[in-house]
Design a protein around this ligand. Structure first.
Ligand code: C5P
Length: 228
């Protein structure tokens, strides 16, 4: 039996993390936070003093990660362990996102993480959050969503989120970081961030999260009922 997969891709701060968690919870499905994997590789490289230009060393590191996602309630973020340490807080920090996008440009790193990511597709279903979930990793997924929003709106949202978590951030610097990360993610040669040809594109700049969620849920339900 094929496991149903819903892919949700989009740029940083588009709200896909929240939508993926809500959807996984609603459906009782597994959740793959693929960004966390790239963040972990970035953190591990920094810890071990591996150069961000050394593709072979980064790929070896990605292939041999001692990482564990400890199960949580459906739709809740997992506890992330690296080399036995709980790095759940660290992994979600803005600085880790920067490290992630630097290691993510390398083909060798992306190849090393492929089968690990595909292994998350287990019954009853998977919600996959990332940049290339619909274009590369689960290119056969029956439902693909591309969630976006203007860079200004995403910076605002990220600002509120990080302030809420007690991180000290500056809005203008955050906007610059988001634009730099978009540029790196969209213009890299390997698996650049773009909507899959068969993706439903939703611009959430002016739509409340509840409405975005309803649009996504309707698309998933329509697809599931057409397969019955
Ligand atoms: O989604 P998140 O902000 O955690 O992703 C961090 C970075 O990891 C992204 O900016 C991107 O460079 C990289 N990434 C990727 N492919 C994915 C998920 C994340 O290249 N599937």
């Amino acid at each position: 039996m094929t496991v149903p997969v819903v892919t949700i891709d989009g740029p940083s701060g588009s709200g896909k993390g929240t939508i993926c968690q809500l959807l996984a919870k609603q459906l009782g499905w597994h959740l793959l936070d693929s960004g966390a994997l790239y963040r972990i590789v970035g953190l591990a490289a920094e810890r071990q003093g591996v150069s961000f230009d050394d593709e072979a060393a980064l790929a070896a590191l990605a292939a041999n990660l001692d990482v564990a996602f400890l199960p949580s309630e459906p739709g809740e973020p997992a506890t992330v362990m690296l080399d036995g340490d709980d790095i759940s807080q660290l992994v979600r920090m803005e600085t880790s996102g920067e490290l992630a996008s630097k290691v993510a440009v390398h083909q060798g790193v992306r190849e090393a993480l492929k089968s690990f990511q595909r292994g998350f597709a287990r019954a009853p279903g998977l919600v996959a959050d990332g940049r290339d979930m619909g274009t590369v990793i689960f290119s056969d997924a029956p439902v693909k969503i591309y969630l976006t929003a203007s860079a200004e709106e995403r910076a605002q949202r990220r600002y509120k989120q990080l302030i809420g978590k007690g991180e000290s951030v500056n809005l203008a610097a955050l906007l610059e970081d988001i634009q730099a990360r978009d540029d790196r993610d969209m213009n890299r040669t390997v698996a650049p961030l773009k909507p899959a040809e068969d993706a439903l594109v939703i611009d959430s700049s002016c739509i409340p999260v509840e409405e975005v969620f309803q649009q996504v849920l309707s698309a998933v339900q329509a697809s599931l009922s057409s397969q019955l």
